[in-house]
Design a protein around this ligand. Sequence first.
Ligand SMILES: *Cc1c(COP(=O)(O)O)cnc(C)c1O
Length: 456
Amino acid sequence: MIKYYSTNGQEAGVTLAQALLTGQASDRGLYMPDRYPTLDRAVLTTMKDKSYATIAYKVLKPFAAGTFDDDTLRAACESAYDFEVPLEQVGDGRQYLMRLDRGPTASFKDFAARMMSRWMSLLMRQQGGRLVILTATSGDTGSAVAHAYHGIDRVDVVVLFPVDEVSDRQRRQMTTLGGNVTTIAVNGKFDDCQALVKQAFADPDLNHIRLTSANSINIGRLLPQSVYYVYAYTRLADTAAGEPMVFCIPSGNFGDMMGGVIAKQMGLPVSKFIIATNANDEVPRFLETGQYRPIVPSRVCASNAMNVGHPSNLARLVDVYGGWMDEKGAIKKQPDMGRMRSDVYSVSIDDAWTRRTIKEAHDRYAHTLEPHGAVGWAGLQHWLQTDEGNAHPDAPCVSIATAHPAKFPDEIRAMIGVEPEVPPSLVGLDEMAESFETMDDVTYERFRDWLNQRYS
Ligand SMILES: *Cc1c(COP(=O)(O)O)cnc(C)c1O
């Protein structure tokens, strides 16, 4: 049975159930699987004609063994993944966009949130009691989590969001649900929201409330995100030959990328992960120099869900490459930077470059990109011009489109004069009534008192 250890190394391995329900380890490290099941060529070849839900089941089964039985897991996969996962060819070569924007809140966050909510509700049914999911969002986590958990028995959801950093539609997706979902507008940045959440988890005065996270510090966010890498591979690569593939991932907290890294650890042939950030370039700099400096406060960019100056999942990447980064971002043991650089290439794309890319993709290929997907596409195009990219002109390349353009209509209209078509999941949203709490000048003490009053 796979156990989950803490990147800080002070805790014995736990089961998936424990890792899901606690979120963060007691030593404030992040959980990682202690072993990886193998996805060899034969296995990948058998997946070529299987549905997304079936691939999800096969990939997740070994990680969930001991916590969920096979039938339960299969049913959860079938009900969570009932939407399309398009792979769109761009141009006439082997470059593709993987559109992870067809779920109910139109961002890739639906993939993990929908599986996690099913897992947690199953666990609460087994164990009894109530759970409070506390999450900070820079836009899409909040809505995906709120939707995935809305109306779920025995679970309450509290979402904190930076009032000036989310788009209207992103906000409405969270504030129009009500019921067991409470949203709080914080007069600050995403990092302030994240800091409040982290402090609450570490606060002994809140021990009587069963708090857990749905942020990508929870391993339950990462495991489901390994599935779409496997899915894309089976559709686009020569599985029997073990052909290597390139993925480009527009990144903020690096949870999406960690899903890919987990898939590679399982044996998925990935020759390169291209990690594209917006102007928050702490990770490209880290890869270049080996020195890590968080960006405080984080920079505000058009790709708002990626405005992260200190990505929590970096500690996991460092761990995979044999190093140790603590919860404050201090590197206690340097990872193997050579090996990391050979697997990962990272580039920062600023807003001007992002806008240029949206325009180019529209004019040249008639594809409408939104700011996050455009950062990814720009990163892939950039890498293809490097010596290494030039040396692999025929490799299948996938750039991940993490959100639907209709979530950012103002930017798209301003850049290419196009009104993005609204997908069915967003229809009617603009007319629904919103309700949320507001915290100006929020201090941790005020937030703690609010939690205590509400959920004690
Ligand atoms: C969350 C998000 C990202 C960044 O994903 P990470 O896992 O935090 O790196 C990128 N694009 C969109 C649209 C998002 O919602």
